[in-house]
Design a protein around this ligand. Structure first.
Ligand SMILES: [Zn+2]
Length: 573
């Protein structure tokens, strides 16, 4: 089921495009009005190429939802045209929707790098009914003619997970660069690393550059990984007791660096968190991460080591309820309990919405005697995304005729647009389309059209997809904010009169025992509703329920100015 996100429609005509002729169509099914849920499609006649299929983590107004994924109804209706799904890298906001959508879109071949393939495959194992995926592994500078009219050249870019690619797309109307997440890094002399590929792409006469907006707001340059490592080393140097570092299981570059520092300072590495363990294993198998023999040890043996020989790498630095760090702090972890002298380091920036959970986590760790560090104390987390000033460098190198800021909230993309104008993009050449809006490209032209395809939220709740609709969401919101009142009316089937006093149960609304007067008034109200029905007339339970829902709702609102959910139950005996 679907909920339409609140959007402001912005349509700017770039230049009129005639009706006929060669047209490449582009539509984002997600990622233009949020951070996450990235998925885009390019279309030419009856050929469709898809880029990424990510998920978005839930928002505060979608309680109980695990993930939000893109709507693929449009693709499902044209699945015979799909030539392949390109995956740029293995982060969940780029791969997370795959198990939920593949069957629906006809299980197309996935073109991706070795690491992303393994991580996608591993995750697919959790979904026993999911179809087997056909992969094509791509490497840096591979050229893939994926269909008659699309030729893709993959080129490697830096990010905080190995094996991340951007794509040069050759089409009948021109060449495009599709670049998702990319980070900047600097060597010891301060030279920028990894820009050659963009310089190469810039020589291909680029029609439109698609570039992420996640870090667009940030000024200046990213801290280098060397600086981050130095800060991590400083913590190793001054820590005498056990060291516990919390980070994302997908921050594989960071994990690699931390493990190397641990080797240098002679600490054994214990991994706490299933996803972190499997991801590291995959990276090791592929040779992306090299760990010395004897560095890693099993958590079951942790008691055998002295405190100053222990490094625990743990998931849960965002305060996620089921992650390892949360179990540790709540005393539910089998092998690790916090004790005085422990040092806990958060090596990841807090995702919006998680601030409160992280603060509580830090409080609890501190109360139990741990010393807590975070990136606002030392710069432990170099973002995986280029800053505004760095994005400008990419735009200058690629020199596109049109610019399409992707990946981010609308305001982030607007800032990204300004960056492009600052470095010479012709005015009016930024394409600020919304999710689902079709953008048409012709030779030297681009136009945001009025045409749309469905791009609403699809929610995943447990393992069910799309079975949580707007009504369920509304109910959950009411329950969370206003509580609920259950009213049970037990009536005599023959007379239609009460056999016993109405039962009233409430949760999260008011404490009934301390509000006896209100409860009595409520009972009277319920009796009066029923008594208005003529005696010996058979009672239609649905009608009575809706009557109770409306009138009791109004009654409680008048008394309390709150609107709990009313659940009437009518029992006739
Ligand atoms: Zn990423």
């Amino acid at each position: 089921m679907i909920i339409r996100p609140k959007t402001i429609k912005h349509r700017r005509k770039i230049s009129a495009i005639e009706k006929d002729g060669e047209v490449v169509k582009f539509t984002a099914l997600g990622g233009l009005e949020e951070v996450g849920r990235n998925m885009s499609i390019f279309e030419y006649k009856n050929e469709i190429v898809i880029f990424d299929a990510g998920l978005q983590f839930p928002e505060e107004d979608t309680p109980g939802i695990d993930y939000i994924i893109p709507n693929v109804d449009y693709l499902a209706s044209k699945k015979e045209n799909i030539k392949g799904l390109i995956v740029t890298h293995a982060h969940y906001d780029h791969i997370g929707a795959i198990p939920y959508i593949m069957e629906k879109i006809g299980n197309p071949t996935i073109y991706t790098t070795a690491l992303a393939k393994e991580i996608i495959k591993k995750r697919q194992d959790e979904f026993t009914n999911a179809p087997k995926i056909d992969f094509e592994i791509i490497k840096n500078r591979d050229v893939v003619k994926i269909s008659d009219n699309f030729e893709l050249t993959f080129f490697g870019v830096l990010h905080n997970i190995p094996d991340t690619v951007s794509i040069l797309i050759k089409t009948p109307v021109g060449n495009f660069v599709y670049s998702t997440d990319v980070k900047f890094d600097y060597d010891a002399k301060g030279n920028t690393m990894g820009l050659d590929e963009f310089a190469w792409a810039g020589k291909q006469n680029i029609h439109t550059l698609f570039l992420e907006s996640t870090g667009a707001e940030k000024p200046g340059l990213s801290p280098s990984e060397l600086l981050v490592i130095k800060n991590i080393e400083d913590i190793f140097k001054k820590t005498k007791g056990r060291l516990i570092i919390g980070t994302f299981s997908s921050m594989l570059t960071r994990l690699d660096e931390i493990i190397k520092v641990a080797e240098k300072y002679d600490r054994k590495v214990f991994i706490s968190g299933f996803s972190m363990k499997t991801n590291l294993q995959i990276c090791q198998n592929l040779g992306y991460i090299k760990i010395k023999k004897g560095t890693m040890a099993s958590l079951d043996e942790i008691h055998k080591y002295k405190d100053d020989k222990i490094l625990v790498l743990s998931t849960g630095a965002q305060g996620e309820p089921n992650a390892s760090l949360m179990k540790i702090v709540n005393g539910e972890h089998r092998q690790i309990q916090i004790k005085a002298g422990d040092t806990v380091v958060f090596s990841s920036s807090v995702i919006a919405g998680n601030e409160r959970a992280v603060q509580v986590l830090k409080d609890n760790l501190t109360r139990q005697g741990a010393k807590v560090y975070h990136s606002n104390i030392v710069d432990l987390h170099a973002s995986g995304h280029a800053t505004g000033d760095e994005l400008k460098q990419i735009i200058q190198l690629v020199k596109p005729n049109f610019y399409f800021p992707i990946h981010g909230q609308y305001f982030m993309r607007a800032i990204n647009t300004e960056l492009a104008y600052e470095v010479g993009l012709p005015k009016g050449h930024s394409l600020m389309a919304d999710n689902g809006q079709v953008v048409k490209f012709k030779k030297n032209e681009a136009q945001i059209t009025e045409e749309t395809v469905p791009a609403y939220y699809v929610m995943v709740d447990g393992l069910g997809v799309g079975d949580v609709g707007e009504i369920v969401m509304r109910d959950r919101r009411v329950l969370a904010q206003e509580g609920m009142v259950v009213v049970i009316a037990t009536l005599d089937r023959k007379t239609g009169r009460f056999l016993k006093n109405p039962d009233i149960i409430s949760r999260g609304f008011i404490y009934l025992r301390e509000n006896k007067e209100l409860v009595e008034d409520l009972r009277k109200k319920i009796r009066s509703i029923v008594s208005r029905i003529p005696r010996y007339q058979s009672i239609e339970p649905d009608y009575l329920k809706s009557l109770m829902r409306d009138q009791i709702g109004q009654f409680l609102y008048n008394k309390t100015k709150r609107r709990p959910m009313i659940l009437p139950v009518v029992v006739q005996v």
